[in-house]
Structures are given as structure tokens and as C-alpha cells.
Design a protein around this ligand. Structure first.
Ligand code: FE2
Length: 570
């Protein structure tokens, strides 16, 4: 059975969805064949319009029509009662006039908006319009990605989702076992830690739902205590019963709406942005760890599958893994809403087939490939001098050892927010100054250093708490404390708090990139390189050979590997 999963509202109303990061995925017999986020093809960062281009690309690649269409997200009318009750609950305690006005407007327009959603049918492109369609609610789609792609097919798995908001909730708990997900808990959308993180991101002057990672990086420079204490004064309960007070609810729900800024400014008062970020980060870690601990204790299940945008927070993920009561965690690598297309497809397949045994999603190389012919055409069209190279790993390693910045666009594109070698910029991580000059060259502002890619056989030496069963570290979803050797040999990849976010690479996962690391290690004695995504300022990661060559021509890179060709800047 082939299922095409889609996250994005409607082909008739491509711009009207409330989603962000639309995309599509094709699964066959419960396993993912191909998956792409629309931004990579449309070249619009975090594109949220209906994923026409991705659907067309998947159908062309598949060669046959799928049997079913699985739609994620925007089933909010199913929870309309919960949401209306939530708004009324908030209205009873709201004193802030701006919050009252916001809630009044939500309560008055909510029924109409819900009716509109019910009456306005979800449509899909004509090519698949006649196929049966099924919807999966937002957090079940997140849960399905985490559980069905996790590495524990024979065990009960505590599956937890957390995000800012989705279909009336900001989190959920499920028990995955015997190929099925059993629901245990919903988290009320009024007390959303993810929503609060996004609101702070906005208030600190960054882009919501895009720059939260910058706040994680910034947090390491601040003192968490003052803001942590101030935030704690605005909550009651803990874990499943943790509740925001009216002010925090308003801030988390609306971000930068009129009146929310005053609440943020009162909270911030005299604090630097570093202290604000540090307090927010520590608060978020504590709230999430409370929730996780409670559910581990209630279920006795110590292996966790996690998804939802909150788990894009690599430092928070480290705290969860370090909990005494947790044995291991798996974070679905496309944890944000970009992953929902896969979740809808897997859940629909499981429901139609009496369940689906989890199977680790071994490879994220699920996007378009770059053929030699395509690369040659793109390079020729740009008038770039290039050569076919038979000893590419050696040539690349020599350039890197000489301090050059080498981009690689080869093989199938990664699915999800991280480049894992195939759409990557590599550089040496011996000189910390690279974080300043390479960010300047790539026109980026980051507060976390570049992440390292490291051969698995050296991972334990560089990150003592890493263990081979930490499969999640293959996908750059978690930080580790660095060893003294790591601080000595790869200082450019170590944050000010002594952590790094490695991609731990096995040879079988990407033999070509592993060979570059081996060759670089032979020259320098260092088994790791900087691995940062290959994109230009605020653009999506490159997808095609044409994208890669255009990025190379901007002049910020020293060399480009495009399929099996090498071009070196003169
Ligand atoms: Fe979500």
C-alpha cells in the first residue's frame, strides 16, 4: 500500500493554512520512500503554502499513483469544544484589558471560523483528487513520526509530543506498543512552554518559529537565575498540572500582540538579553523535564520517542536524556511541523493495517538526488571551471586541512532541518575564530558555534557521555558535554558552556562523507569537521545542483563538490 502524506492546508486555498513548513512524503508498506519540505523546491524559507511542487515531484519519482492521501493538521474543529472551554476559562481570570479583548474576539469569531473549516473541504491536486483522503490530528501525526520511526520495535515506548500549538493542544503523551499508539494525556494549549519560547524569541527581536535556536545559543552566555525565578512566580502546579497565570498565557498565546510587550518588559526589567535567554531556557528545561519525569514514573517506561518543535531544542534534549529515570531517547529528526506529512502517512497506514511495527528511520537522505549530468549542466551554465575527481575524499581533506571552506552538494538531499553531509558546508574546527568569519561570510548571526561531524569510533573520546545506543546523535538532535580532548582539538565546535551538538557518523550512513573524515583525520589527527547547512543568508538549504552553484558563485566558499565534480575558487 502506497500512501502520500501531505502537510499544508488545501490546494484550493494554498495560502490560507495555519500551518508552517508544508511538505509531503510517500510511504510504501509503512516505510518512507521519499519526503521533502516544500521550502526546498519553492526556495521560500519555511514555506507554508500547499506543497504543490513536492507532491508533483513525489508522484513523478514514484511512477505510480498512491492508494491513499493522508492529510495532517488543521482538524481543529474536532477540538472546538475544548478550545472554547479554554478561552472561557482564561476569560474568567483575565484582568489585562488587551488579553480580555483578545479572548473576546476569539470567542466571537471562533464558531464561525470553525464552521468555515468544516464547510470548506480540504482539496488536493487533481492528480490525486479522486483518491480516498484521511486526516490525522496534529499531535497524533507528531507522535506517529516519533514512535513508528524509533529504534525499539519490541518494547513499550513512551511517546511525548510538545510544540507551541497544534489542533487545540501544545503536547500529548502516548504509549506505543505492539505497533499501536494509545493516547494517555493532552496538554492544554493555554500553558504552552513552546508558545512562551516563541513569544520570547519575537520579543527579543528574532523571527518566531525560525530563530528559536539562536535563543538556545544565546542562553549559554547569561545568568538564568533572575528570569527563571520571575517566570516561576507566574505558574502553579508542575508536570501535567503546570498552569500559566493569566499574564503568561497572554504572552505565550499571542507573542507580540498589543499588550503582550508590556508583560514581557515587566518580566525583563533590567536584564540583558543573555540573562533573559538563559532564564527562559532553564525554565523550559525544568518544565519539560517535570512532565517527562512524571510520565516515566506513571508508566514505568524509560525509553522515550519525542517529536514536536520543542524538541528542536538540543540543550533541552540533553537535559531529558540526563534524567536518572530515562534510559534512552529518540528524537524524530524532522521534529517540527515539517515532519507532519510523514506522521499523517504513517498513522493512516497503521490505522488501515491494524498497526505498524516501528522501524528505525536509518537514513534521512530522502530528497532529490543530483546526477552527474545535472551537475555538469549547472556548472557549464554558470561558466565555472570544474573537473571530475576520482580521489574526491583526499582532495577535499587536503583543502580542509589547508583551512579552506568546502561545500558539498551530492547524493540525496536530507529531510528535515539539518544538513547531514549531502548539502553541507565543511570546514576545520581547529580555530574558534572561524565562527565569526564564516558566519560573516555566510551572512548569518548565530550564538552557538558550528556543530561538528565526527566518526562514530571517536565519539566516546570526544563526548564521554555518548553511547553507541544514542542513535539520536546521528541526526544532530542533542548536545553533549565535550571532553578535554575535544576542547583541545575541535575548539571551534565547542560552545561557551562546554557542549557541542555532534553528528555522529557511521561509515554505512554516508560512505563518501566518512571517507572525507578519514582522509582529514589521516592528515591532521582530528576526526571531526565543522558541518553547517549549505545555504545562503535566510534561504532554505540548497536542493539542486543549480542552487548549489548559485550559492558558490556568491563567493563565500573556497571549493564546491557538486556530485562527482570539484570546483575550487580562484
Ligand atoms: Fe506541531
Amino acid at each position: 500500500m502506497k500512501v502520500i502524506g501531505i502537510n499544508g492546508y488545501s490546494a484550493r486555498d494554498p495560502d490560507k493554512g495555519i500551518t508552517h513548513n508544508s511538505g509531503a512524503a510517500l510511504i510504501e508498506d509503512g516505510r518512507i520512500i521519499a519526503a521533502i519540505d516544500e521550502e526546498r523546491l519553492s526556495r521560500k524559507k519555511n514555506d507554508k503554502t500547499f506543497p504543490f511542487m513536492t507532491v508533483a515531484a513525489l508522484l513523478e519519482a514514484a511512477g505510480t499513483r498512491p492508494d491513499l492521501v493522508a492529510l495532517a493538521h488543521l482538524s481543529r474543529h474536532r477540538f472546538a469544544g475544548d478550545m472554547v472551554r479554554g478561552y472561557w476559562k482564561a476569560r474568567r481570570t483575565a484582568k489585562n484589558p488587551f488579553f480580555k479583548a483578545y479572548l473576546n474576539s476569539r470567542l466571537s469569531d471562533f464558531p464561525l471560523r470553525t464552521l468555515g473549516q468544516i464547510l470548506r473541504p480540504r482539496t488536493v491536486p487533481d492528480a490525486i483528487g479522486s483518491l480516498p483522503k484521511e486526516e490525522t490530528i496534529h499531535h497524533l501525526a507528531h507522535a506517529a513520526t516519533a514512535y513508528f520511526c524509533c529504534p525499539w520495535p519490541d518494547e513499550a515506548v513512551l511517546t511525548i509530543t510538545l510544540d507551541a500549538f497544534g489542533d487545540g493542544h501544545c503536547g500529548s503523551v502516548w504509549i506505543g506498543s505492539n505497533g499501536k499508539l494509545e493516547h494517555r494525556h493532552w496538554l492544554d494549549f493555554l500553558s504552552s512552554v513552546g508558545g512562551l519560547y516563541t513569544a520570547f524569541t519575537t520579543q527579543l527581536g528574532f523571527k518566531p518559529l525560525q530563530h528559536e535556536g539562536k535563543i538556545v545559543g544565546l542562553a549559554a552566555y547569561g545568568n538564568p537565575e533572575p528570569m527563571m525565578s520571575r517566570l516561576r512566580e507566574h505558574i502553579s502546579g508542575r508536570g501535567s498540572t503546570m498552569t500559566f497565570d493569566s499574564d503568561l498565557m497572554f504572552l505565550a498565546l499571542t507573542g507580540n500582540r498589543a499588550g503582550a510587550g508590556e508583560i514581557f518588559n515587566r518580566l525583563r526589567r533590567d536584564l540583558s538579553r543573555e540573562d533573559v535567554a538563559a532564564g527562559l531556557q532553564t525554565f523550559s528545561e525544568a518544565m519539560v523535564c517535570d512532565y517527562v519525569s512524571e510520565w516515566v514514573q506513571r508508566t514505568g517506561i524509560r525509553k522515550l520517542a519525542l517529536a514536536g518543535g520543542v524538541f528542536a531544542n538540543v540543550k533541552l534534549n540533553q537535559r531529558v536524556l540526563e534524567l536518572d529515570e530515562v534510559d534512552n531517547i529518540y528524537i524524530y529528526p524532522n521534529m517540527g511541523d515539517g515532519g507532519l506529512a510523514v506522521g499523517a502517512a504513517l498513522n493512516t497506514y497503521a490505522e488501515r493495517n491494524g498497526g505498524l511495527t516501528p522501524a528505525l528511520l536509518e537514513s534521512l537522505y530522502l530528497g532529490p538526488d543530483i546526477s552527474s549530468a545535472e551537475a555538469a549542466r549547472a556548472l557549464d551554465a554558470a561558466g565555472v571551471v570544474y573537473q571530475r575527481v576520482s580521489d574526491m575524499p583526499q582532495r577535499a581533506a587536503e583543502l580542509l586541512a589547508a583551512g579552506k571552506v568546502v561545500a558539498r552538494a551530492a547524493g540525496k538531499m536530507e529531510y528535515g532541518p539539518r544538513a547531514l553531509g549531502n548539502r553541507t558546508v565543511f570546514a576545520s574546527c581547529s580555530d574558534p575564530a572561524i565562527n565569526k568569519w564564516l558566519n560573516d561570510r555566510l551572512q548569518r548571526t548565530e550564538f552557538m558555534p558550528f556543530a561538528p561531524i565526527i566518526m562514530e569510533k571517536h565519539a566516546a573520546e570526544y563526548f564521554p557521555r555518548w553511547k553507541p545506543e544514542h542513535i539520536t546523535a546521528r541526526f544532530m538532535t542533542i548536545t553533549y558535554d565535550a571532553s578535554a580532548v575535544a576542547k583541545q582539538n575541535i575548539p571551534a565546535a565547542i560552545h561557551v558552556d562546554g557542549t557541542a551538538r555532534p553528528q555522529v557518523l557511521r561509515e554505512q550512513d554516508n560512505p563518501e562523507v566518512y571517507a572525507i573524515l578519514e582522509a582529514y583525520h589521516a592528515i591532521t589527527g582530528v576526526p571531526a569537521l565543522i558541518n553547517t547547512s549549505f545555504n545562503m543568508h535566510e534561504e532554505p538549504i540548497v536542493c539542486s545542483a543549480g542552487d548549489a552553484v548559485r550559492a558558490f558563485q556568491l563567493g563565500h566558499l573556497d571549493a564546491l563538490i557538486c556530485a562527482d565534480f570539484l570546483t575550487v575558487a580562484s
